[in-house]
Design a binder for this molecule. Structure first.
Ligand code: SF4
Ligand code: SF4
Ligand code: FES
Length: 228
């Protein structure tokens, strides 16, 4: 069985003996026995830390959870600067969390959450920051400033928390390069190893935006074109 791995000078093919295993174990074996220059990230080896995300045959996977197949083509994540081989610079992706203000900046005291309240944003808290959704998002081909799927999902986690008291400011902040730039293509959902749908969270943020008086700028300009 053979797999190809994208290195700095193009795809390099490796012949494998042990095939009934994960891609991460194969990368370890290649590094130890065939090519000690091969560079990739890993941590927990159990789909928890998010550090080993790569693309296989153009789809995002966690290398520690993916079973290798004959002919697989392994590449680094898209939309991020490649540092070397399969290692990308995550700084750009994380910066969008800051730009989206995806944190709980103010908290109303004396509000307790019920079990039902916790369920509203339970799954969003499971994000492991692997950036698979970021890599799968087609918007970066046309807008490098898009806040992106996981930052908006993280923002929804705080906007939907009834202990937060600055919902309006958070919604104001995502009107440019934010909720309306998403094409709702759902690629982020398909790429997420944690079953998080950033697309659905962005739709909920759009609904909140409408409740605060905002509307899709594309419709607004369309309406403007029709008026005399
Ligand atoms: S649904 Fe939106 S955020 Fe998700 S991949 Fe598509 S364009 Fe990007
Ligand atoms: S939302 Fe899913 S795909 Fe995106 S960074 Fe979090 S865990 Fe990874
Ligand atoms: S090594 Fe942690 S998710 Fe794969």
């Amino acid at each position: 069985m053979k797999i190809s791995i994208k290195k700095d000078d193009g795809f390099v093919e490796y012949e494998l003996k042990d095939t009934d295993t994960t891609l991460l174990k194969i990368l370890d074996e290649i590094k130890m026995t065939m090519d000690n220059t091969l560079t990739y990230n890993s941590g927990c080896k159990s789909s928890v830390c998010g550090s080993c995300a790569v693309r296989v045959n153009k789809k995002e996977v966690l290398a520690c959870g993916y079973k290798v197949q004959d002919g697989d083509k392994v590449e680094p994540l898209k939309n991020l600067e490649v540092i070397r081989d399969l290692v990308v610079n995550m700084d750009k992706a994380y910066e969008f969390n800051t730009k989206a203000k995806a944190w709980q900046s103010k908290q109303s005291h004396n509000i307790s959450l019920t079990h039902e309240d916790e369920k509203i944003n339970d799954v969003q808290s499971d994000c492991i920051l692997c950036a698979s959704c970021f890599s799968a998002c087609p918007v970066y081909a046309v807008n490098g400033e898009f806040l992106g799927p996981f930052s908006l999902t993280r923002l929804w986690r705080y906007v939907s928390d009834k202990r937060g008291s600055d919902e309006k400011a958070k919604i104001d902040n995502i009107q440019t390069n934010g909720v309306w730039d998403c094409t709702l293509c759902n690629e982020c959902t398909l790429a997420c190893p944690q079953g998080i749908s950033s697309k659905a969270d962005i739709e909920k943020l759009r609904m909140k935006s409408s409740m605060h008086g905002y509307m899709d700028p594309n419709f607004a300009s369309f309406g403007g074109g029709l008026s005399f």
